[in-house]
Design a protein around this ligand. Structure first.
Ligand SMILES: [Zn+2]
Length: 414
């Protein structure tokens, strides 16, 4: 996809997907680094470890026989295990996601590029500090749902489907379930597969971006999608069954609850490509809700990521290009992102969505590990300004200026 046919000083980055980037430790994560020197520490020889790899593969009860240590007491370069049937005798740390010491805590494995080695981050310590920080804003860390909670959630999604069938007796609905989604819709069955493939693609791309192992289910049960062919049915569904009298002319909505459940509601409308964009965009909001905690991501990041991923997945769409073309003259004439663009309250204006998406690409292509860490920090109770500072080392004004330079608008202000 070509970005511009006209000539600009610096072409904005093309919206592109991400490759997996290893988790590298960031400054604010240093507090959670586990001491590995202690004989009673997590990497004591003889410890039994349950290990999950980034590939999604898991091993249980591997007996640690040796640790390839590095210079510092907190770093290591490899783990060896007592040989066992079907078990690895050695694991390279760049393949590891997390390890649980049986009777001894949970740890994330991240690289420490400065030491050319790996460290363990103490999850319990991190969770305790994050939970305290979140309490001030009334938010909480998510816990992995139990099988019963997941089942109850899916039943509640199906119950809403039952009400939907009663509310719209004249419509023919189908229920299509994939690994992570359940789509309830009156669209013809043959039209659905392409859209669910987009949802799966979004899911895998965001897992890659946030370094979540492939087989992780981020939802409470699954993510339900209630989708109508016609706008009036969507409006009626929202009003009568979800108590939302005003859909604000939206083609889709993301509902997210404090209990962790999320749902996407939408209507197809006349443009299949734009509908694909809406569906991915709204569902990405749900994904972001489910990362780490209920903590709130500011609108410019939340909309920016949703627009960005919708463009990555629905690559035939030109919605970001269109919206950015609309935004660019405004950015040039105002010399600013709009004054309130980077605020964490309210909404962003329609013209700012394109800028938010291109700014997201700018952040991700500069340092995808920092982007992951920035979102995580916000989800752990940092303000977004603090999070930007401890990951990218930028103040909001510096971010605006750097972004401005990348799109040929020097001196851009927030
Ligand atoms: Zn949105």
């Amino acid at each position: 996809m070509a970005w511009f046919s006209c000539h600009v000083a610096a072409a904005p980055p093309r919206i592109a997907g991400v490759k997996a980037v290893p988790r590298s430790i960031m400054k604010f994560e240093r507090d959670y680094v586990a001491d590995l020197s202690d004989e009673g520490g997590p990497l004591k020889k003889g410890n039994l470890l349950d290990i999950r790899l980034l590939s999604g593969k898991s091993y249980e009860g591997l007996e640690l026989s040796d640790v390839q240590r590095s210079k510092e007491a907190t770093t290591f370069r490899g783990l060896s295990f007592k040989p066992g049937k079907g078990q690895p005798s050695k694991l390279s740390p760049n393949t590891l996601y997390e390890l649980r010491v049986q009777d001894g805590g949970d740890f994330d494995v991240v690289s420490d590029p400065a030491a050319k080695a790996w460290v363990l981050l103490d999850r319990q310590k991190r969770d305790t500090i994050a939970a305290e920080r979140l309490m001030d804003s009334g938010h909480k860390l998510w816990e992995t749902p139990t099988a019963e909670e997941a089942q109850a959630a899916i039943k509640s999604y199906d119950d809403l489907f039952d009400k939907m069938k009663v509310e719209f007796p004249m419509l023919n609905f189908v229920r299509q379930e994939t690994e992570y989604f359940i789509v309830y819709t009156d669209m013809p069955a043959g039209q659905i597969a392409g859209y669910t493939a987009n949802l799966d693609s979004m899911y895998h791309q965001l897992c890659t971006l946030f370094n979540i192992p492939r087989d992780t289910n981020i939802w409470v049960g699954k993510c339900p999608v209630y989708c109508f062919v016609n706008k009036e049915h969507f409006i009626q569904f929202e009003a009568r069954l979800l108590n939302n009298a005003d859909t604000k002319n939206a083609q889709g909505l993301s509902h997210s609850a404090y209990d962790g459940k999320v749902m996407t509601t939408c209507y197809r409308g006349a443009s299949p490509v734009f509908f694909a964009v809406v569906l991915v965009h709204e569902t990405a909001h749900g994904f972001l809700h489910r990362i780490r905690s209920s903590g709130r991501i500011p609108p410019w990041m939340n909309e920016g990521l949703s627009e960005w991923i919708a463009q990555v997945v629905v690559s035939q769409s030109d919605h970001v290009q269109g919206r950015f073309s609309e935004a660019l003259p405004i950015l040039r004439s105002q010399g600013s992102l709009g004054g309130d663009f980077l605020d964490d309250s309210g909404r962003i204006e329609s013209w700012q969505y394109g800028a938010a998406a291109v700014l997201t690409q700018f952040l991700i292509s500069n340092d995808a590990n920092a982007y992951r860490a920035m979102i995580t920090a916000i989800k752990e109770g940092y303000t977004w300004q603090e999070a930007l500072d401890v990951t990218y080392g930028l103040k909001p004004e510096e971010l605006a200026a750097a972004f401005g330079r990348s799109i040929g608008v020097p001196g851009l202000r927030p």
